[in-house]
Design a protein around this ligand. Sequence first.
Ligand code: FA5
Length: 344
Amino acid sequence: MLEQLEQIYQEAQVSLAAAASSEALHEWESRTIGKKGAVTLLLRSTGQLPKEERAAFGKRANEVKELLDAAFAERETQIKEIELIRSLESGQVDITLPGRAHPVGGLHPSTQTLRELYHIWADMGFQVFRSRDVEDDDTNFTLLNIPEHHPARDMWDTFYTTTPGVILRTHTSPGQIRAMRELGENGTQPIRVILPGMCYRYEQITSRSEMQFHQLEGLVIGRNIRMSDLKGTITAFARRMFGAKAAVRFRASYFPFTEPSMEIDVECFLCGGQGCKVCKYAGWLEISGAGMVHPTVLRNGGYDPSVWSGFAFGMGPERMTMLKHRISDIRYFWGNDLRFLEQF
Ligand code: FA5
């Protein structure tokens, strides 16, 4: 049997070198090292040999099998190359055809705006403070100077959970309390942070209002922080975001957690204040709510309002993106329609 094995080995080497196509190669494989190939069958019949010959034969047969396996793999690579060259030469593959583009994902337009905002605020020394999406009623309202049954609660229609007192935050302002308590070291340290995140409101969805949207809150606490600091900071921001000549206007408004409170408009950068469809012919576009932090809120955050003061603002990244790209309907943002998303 050993002789037979050596003979098969010799012949297999010669016929492998002669195999010149994939078909011939696979025919060789099944004839030699395949399940019913000559080498495999010989290996299986080792048991028929006298006991003392089995070990030597088995060793050699395994060696031959390994050598032929390796030779087969090498020949297969050679033949694949030869066949590719042949098919290129015969013109079956047009190598001048452009390659197939692989689709690549992109950043969501809201993410792009948020990153632009982070960049601008970081340049002005603001750090990101991450607050929570699931809030308690106290932090979302009461500690922000909106006691239970206060009519101002109607400004924010709320999603309640089945756990009493646990809600989805309706705005990023509760993060003000958390930032003051976590970073303020019992009202002894100044703060300069932005608080980006998702907000949820049990609201009628319209082309301008979603029930889930981002806000970017800003909070500055220090000694001698004044309204002029708020105005200067927001104006510097608007010029970075909307162009060096952007004019900014501060309109008196009301929020329970700021006093005085205001809404901030930029001159419509599409029509230069002349009036157009986007600004509804007002010449101005609203970008943010803002104000000086209310003394009660400062106290709830651990600060003494006779020593410390601060300002806060809350802007809507989706509304800004809509203005920038003239998007007519906020529902496109979460519709997951690639025809929309691929435009950014
Ligand atoms: C507030 O939520 C205040 N917390 C903002 C604030 C912070 C004022 C700090 C003073 C100091 P308002 O409800 O106006 O305010 O929302 C702020 C911004 O969030 C809006 O200007 C708008 O851009 C965005 N926004 C509000 N509701 C929606 C909505 N349903 N869909 C999309 N964006 C919204």
